[in-house]
Design a binder for this molecule. Structure first.
Ligand SMILES: *Cc1c(COP(=O)(O)O)cnc(C)c1O
Length: 373
């Protein structure tokens, strides 16, 4: 049996009739950019997240980089974040010319270790970007408290965590700005690229509205260098069809996570994900830690199980940041966990039988490789 890490086609089949009609309606309307679907989707997301403003954009990467632009973060500034994330997080810091300052992770949650943030603050620090990795909320109370005491902005990278909650509040609405991605494999994914920035500040919203449309709020009046980062109407229409399902999809992901935990409870070599108290984790990924990870990964692939490593190289050791001369060993928990993590097939539509096959195969591979060494 082949079990991919995500089966987007299976989800598509559940919404095909509605999505196809929505796309046809857009094509027939003649309005393709910044039309009614953008406006309505932005409103629907304000309601869904319980936030004052949302700005639809072309990607989550643009949400991050325009967040930094809107806060006037630039060359000479420092931004604190994690190296255990997708490259877009630190890339966005680089796009505006600022320096990423990486803080180690908490090995239980894979998220930035809030207790280590304060030591990384310098007079140049302007913002913190916590990433709710794998759909697991960061410990926001501690982060907000540090930010407040040091006068720093908080930009939440919620690209993997739509619908996740911290103490009853949706992530992406807790800091100054939230950033979301609608890349097809995200928990709310469209059929192309898409992203969104959220904020309760009218000033930030207005800045981002201008920045996304060539640096001017009024057509053909340009006040600063902006970008072209609009969500096209076809993607907005698809997202409007899918948004009402996202809570149920997240609920199903949580049930699947619970079932995996149960299936793995009989194998002490496999460490299952932990959840912080008072959080609602949405399992964008279901990520375990296993010994002999690379070998196990390869064996799973040979058996048709689509496990993935998110992410194989931490960002401080990526060539893109070579000019900062970050050293191996400076983020021990990040580096150690990079070598242990393995994300397993996880999507709302996965069946119990598929999960049982994944679990049985993984346990077999882990036990086999552990006997060999
Ligand atoms: C997907 C992702 C992004 C970037 O989103 P795009 O829409 O692909 O640009 C940023 N940060 C994290 C943590 C992500 O998972």
């Amino acid at each position: 049996m082949n079990i991919p890490i995500i089966n987007s086609k299976r989800q598509y089949e559940t919404i095909a009739a509605k999505a196809e009609k929505a796309v046809l309606d857009v094509m027939r309307s003649g309005s393709y950019i910044l039309g009614v679907n953008n406006k309505e989707f932005e409103k629907e997301m304000c309601n869904y997240l319980d936030v004052k403003h949302t700005v639809a954009l072309n990607s989550g990467t643009d949400a991050l980089h325009l967040a930094l632009r809107a806060l006037d973060i630039k060359d000479g500034d420092e931004v604190i974040s994690t190296a255990f994330t997708f490259v877009a997080t630190s890339e966005s810091i680089g796009i505006v010319g600022a320096k990423p300052v990486f803080v180690d992770i908490d090995p239980d949650t894979f998220n930035i270790d809030a207790a280590k943030i304060e030591a990384a603050i310098t007079p140049k620090t302007k913002a913190i970007i916590p990433v709710h990795l794998y759909g697991q909320p960061c410990d926001m109370d501690i982060i907000l408290d540090i930010a407040k005491r040091h006068n720093l902005f908080v930009i939440e990278d919620a690209c993997q965590a739509i619908g996740a909650e911290y103490k009853g509040k949706k992530v992406g609405t807790i800091g100054d700005i939230g950033c979301f991605s609608f890349y097809p494999t995200k928990n709310l994914g469209t059929m192309g690229d898409g992203g969104m920035l959220t904020t309760n500040s009218q000033y930030i919203k207005d800045r981002v509205l201008a920045l996304r449309n060539h640096g001017g709020a009024i057509r053909y009046h340009h006040d600063e260098i902006g970008v072209n980062s609009r969500l096209d109407e076809i993607q907005a229409a698809i997202l409007r069809v899918k948004l009402p399902y996202v809570d149920n999809w997240n609920k199903q992901r949580r049930e699947h996570a619970k079932y995996y935990n149960e299936l793995f409870s009989k194998c002490s070599l496999i460490e299952t994900p932990k959840e912080l108290d008072n959080t609602y984790c949405v399992y964008h990924q279901y990520t375990v830690k296993v010994p002999n990870r690379d070998e196990v990964h390869k064996m799973l692939a040979d058996e048709g199980i689509g496990a993935m490593i998110y992410y194989p190289i931490p960002l401080h050791l990526q060539k893109v940041h070579a000019k900062y001369n970050f050293k191996e060993g400076m983020l021990p928990n990040t580096e150690k966990n990079t070598k242990l993590v393995l994300s397993l097939p996880m999507f709302a539509e996965i069946t119990k039988e598929e999960q049982e096959t994944v679990a049985k195969t993984l346990i077999k591979c882990v036990e086999k490789t552990s006997v060999l060494v």
